[in-house]
Write a protein that binds this ligand. Structure first.
Ligand code: PA5
Length: 434
């Protein structure tokens, strides 16, 4: 189970402020569970872990097995909430060099439609020339430009490679139940399709087929992912105390810090394969809270890498940052630093220690230095990174994000600002009606 430690943030705030906000959050918790707060028509994610049907899991598992049996590569086409959750889980659980690790992943998961890089997509087609592959095209609206372009290109490639009449069984569409261009194409062309429920927004959709299908195809256990989320759901629903409910603790602390001028939250990890988990988290909080000229700016850093680039700023720059560290207790490997007779690099003082032990000391030392430098620190600990703990973390952050949005006084489930740039781009591209 995850654990939250706020002892290194408490010195930066007053206990009076904390108690006041805790009282408020109790009300938001009630509102959330009752489904009577802002944006309540988008609460499909709230009870999702306990409601996912056995039939859906079986269907996803069977489709995944079928894809695994014939595809070397699985292309996941999607952007934002239709992409980040799957990638966060897959990268967190994968071998760090999976592309070069024969037999490790079958199929390899590649991503498309998450950018407009021409070289990126041209390189992808070059790879697809060489391997057998299947595709998932994921878009709730079914009209998002980036995945639509990528799908058009990949579909043409599939047709050229396998023949127009042989591609329907290589495409799975994950989209709205009724509307959007993708839904119409899926119906017309006879693609297999999964539904993204109406009442679940993109950034809350990782535990729907949007995340579950790619994760299952990558070979990971979606039942464990869901059961982790379900455990967290039960815990966060039943614990009504703001001093023990971890989502209430996190919400209270980050909002008091925000009220005290800490307007940037840095989600910190100490392992490279959590990089995309932070990307998912940034979308979740950024799109949920950043509105009405308010909101904590969600940022992230991967330590110790970024200590050698951002470290100076974090230590001594503008004091508007707080850190939330995603701390992992146990490491799966046991790679020790070897003894060297000559000790030319002076490292013998740590010979025999594992890299994880050194990494833990780096985490402890960095926290001490940053707290001393005026950066409050919240630590969220998981025993290890696996499907179960990732499920717990996903649900923990989703629930906290909803509570935080209510605390800030915004609707955490809409994203009116995302449309602004799209309108400008469409107008520049000459799209009808813009
Ligand atoms: O959270 C959101 O609503 C957005 O980030 C969307 O997920 C993203 O724009 C992709 O949208 P769609 O799934 O409609 O293609």
């Amino acid at each position: 189970m995850i654990n939250i430690d706020i002892s290194n943030a408490l010195p930066f705030i007053s206990s009076k402020e904390l108690s006041a906000i805790e009282e408020e959050i109790k009300g938001h918790h009630k509102l959330l569970l009752a489904g009577t707060g802002k944006g309540s028509d988008f609460l499909g994610w709230l009870r999702l872990p306990s409601l996912i049907s056995k039939e859906l899991i079986t269907r996803i598992t069977e489709d995944a097995a079928e894809i695994q049996s014939h595809a070397d590569v699985f292309v996941v086409i999607g952007i934002g909430g239709s992409y980040l959750g799957a990638r966060a889980v897959i990268e967190a659980l994968s071998h760090n060099f999976s592309l070069l690790n024969p037999g490790n992943l079958n199929p390899h998961i590649l991503y498309a439609g998450n950018n407009l890089g021409e070289e990126y997509h041209a390189d992808l087609l070059g790879i697809l020339d060489q391997y057998s592959y299947s595709v998932a095209v994921i878009s709730k609206s079914g009209t998002t430009t980036e995945p639509a372009i990528a799908f058009r290109i990949v579909k043409e490639h599939l047709e050229n490679k396998y023949g127009k009449l042989n591609i329907a069984n290589k495409i799975i569409a994950i989209t709205d139940a009724r509307k959007g261009a993708l839904k119409q194409m899926a119906d017309k062309e006879g693609y297999k399709a999964y539904v993204i429920p109406d009442n679940i927004g993109g950034r809350y959709s990782v535990l729907t087929p949007v995340g579950l299908l790619p994760v299952a195809v990558a070979g990971f256990d979606i039942e464990k992912l869901i059961s982790g989320a379900r455990e967290m759901q039960e815990r966060l629903f039943s614990d009504l105390s703001p001093s023990t409910n971890p989502a209430m603790i996190y919400t209270a602390m980050r909002n008091v810090l925000y009220n005290n001028g800490k307007t940037i939250e840095l989600l910190v990890n100490y392992r490279p394969n959590l990089f995309y988990f932070s990307e998912w988290w940034k979308q979740l909080f950024g799109e949920s809270e950043g509105k009405e000229n308010k909101g904590i700016y969600p940022s992230s850093a991967s330590f110790t890498t970024d200590l050698h680039s951002l470290g100076q700023y974090i230590q001594e720059g503008v004091r508007d940052i707080f850190e939330t560290v995603l701390s992992v207790e146990n490491s799966s490997g046991n790679l020790n630093i070897p003894m060297d007779e000559k000790d030319a690099d002076g490292l013998n003082y740590i010979a025999g220690k594992s890299i994880s032990e050194v990494n833990k000391k780096a985490e402890e030392g960095t926290t001490l230095a940053h707290v001393e430098g005026g950066v409050p620190n919240i630590r969220i600990t998981v025993p290890q990174v696996d499907e179960e703990t990732l499920g717990q973390l996903i649900y923990f952050f989703e629930f906290s994000c909803a509570l935080s949005g209510y605390t800030l006084g915004v609707n955490p489930f809409d994203q009116p600002g995302v449309e602004a740039y799209k309108k400008k781009v469409f107008s520049l591209l000459g799209k009808k009606g813009y």
